[in-house]
Design a protein around this ligand. Sequence first.
Ligand SMILES: Nc1nc2c(c(=O)[nH]1)N[C@H]1C(S)=C(S)[C@@H](COP(=O)(O)O)O[C@H]1N2
Ligand SMILES: [Mo]
Length: 532
Amino acid sequence: MTTTLDAPSDTARNPQASRRWPAVLAGLAATAVALGLSELLAGLVGPVPSLVYAIGNAVVDLGAGTPVKDIAIALFGTNEKTALIIGTVVVALLVGGGLGRLAQRRGLLVAGLGFAVFGVLGVVATTANPLDSAVWALVSAVLVVAVAVGVLDRLLGLNQRIDAAASAATDGADPRVGRGRRELLRIALGLVAVGGVAGGLGRSLLGRTQTAVVRADLVLPEAVAAPPAPAGAAFDGIDGLSPLFTPNDEFYRIDTALMSPVVDVDTWTLRITGMVGQEVELTYDDLLSLPQVEADVTIACVSNEVGGDLIGNARWQGVLLADVLDLAGVDDEATQIIGRSVDGWTAGFPTDIAYDGRNAMVAIAMNGEPLPVDHGFPARLIVPGLYGYVSATKWLEAIELTTWEAVDGYWIPRGWSKEGPVKTQSRIDVPAPRQQVAAGAAVVAGVAWAQHRGVAAVEVSVDDGPWQQAELAEELSIDTWRQWRFAWEATPGEHVLRVRATDGEGMTQSGERVPVAPDGAEGFHTRIVRVT
Ligand SMILES: Nc1nc2c(c(=O)[nH]1)N[C@H]1C(S)=C(S)[C@@H](COP(=O)(O)O)O[C@H]1N2
Ligand SMILES: [Mo]
């Protein structure tokens, strides 16, 4: 380990050279300590925002709707957020290393300015999030930058003394120099470790506050129960088939929040504003005391690829959106409903949809539990038949009545369609990818959906042969997906299975492949199966 430090060529060329690596390492260590401290402060002191997250969030907003975002999702899938955080930290460490070198060549003041720019970026990034306190961000940034500069100063001081000893030694082989350099390396790596531990601790504290919300003590009011699911709505004993209801902890999650906002229900309110007779502000208790309904609704993401899993079905409980709106009285000219989240995200859909009889609701519970934090606690919108990006605002804070032309939701200027009805789709769950199938009687099964139109038929084609009717499970609701299965006589060899659905309006999926942008993917889900 130590041999690399005194690279022979370097020593031979110029034994007195002040080395580059100790300064880079010093900058990196100073940055690691600073980042760790920043996260620890955010974890320990409630109102201090995480600067790393703030910068990460800014990157999300800048990247949204650009190829960068698509590439990130393609590369990292739903781990894209973790990847982004790690990426932010790595870039910060590299820049910090560069600042260490800069300090060596141009002095501490210049490098200090570099760190200050970092701090300013962090503070500016927090201002984008209405939940973050800019004042606390500034306090933490000042502290963190001071610590970074202080650590860098000490490390570079130590390094200078080593360099001085090296040039004083006549043949460059003073044993104290090697010892000093190893010591510096140890200290710097130790500081990186300290930064890492502090950062990890800070993060886990942040995570804890997230889950420790009062949510656990909440008691849900009785709802007008949706009828229990008919016995025939789910096929039994098909391994790998999507369950009729998606458990909350397996439910897909899509949002722009790097950390789910944690809302205090004691102070949270929902405002109904804009083109209304009179503005209304509801507390959480107000919402719970309004008439409750339950409805089974499958929600889906417009980014769901053909065969993808950005879709899930749940039993939602809440207050009908129309009931909430009627408290305020909607103006006749208000043609758009905008849901706004506590972190400033927005989605809009036509006002008519709240009044056309579907179960559009302000949901407070999911599968019998208060909404999980990741799924919008304390309240979110659920609108059957629309993709999430135009309707399903989580961490809902305001419902704004406006005109269709006046406002565009978050994703619209980023290249997605203003209207977002869910497209009819079907998916093969069984056999799973690369699953070995034995020749003979086999089952092919999956789900199909056409929210608010219902699924009327599902057909399967084997090896580009004719479309054959699959058997449908009983309909839970026209707003939910429907399980299907197909008895298949599998013969040895490789086979191509394809599925298509017809919705309740008689429209059959077309085989044309359409990408997810701007308004949802189209195409037949296809599975290649090896039968042995
Ligand atoms: N506040 C907020 N709500 C949001 C989003 C978001 O980014 N922020 N994303 C929407 C999108 S694109 C989808 S598909 C659904 C996903 O809901 P889920 O995470 O509960 O599955 O939430 C919607 N609600
Ligand atoms: Mo979405």
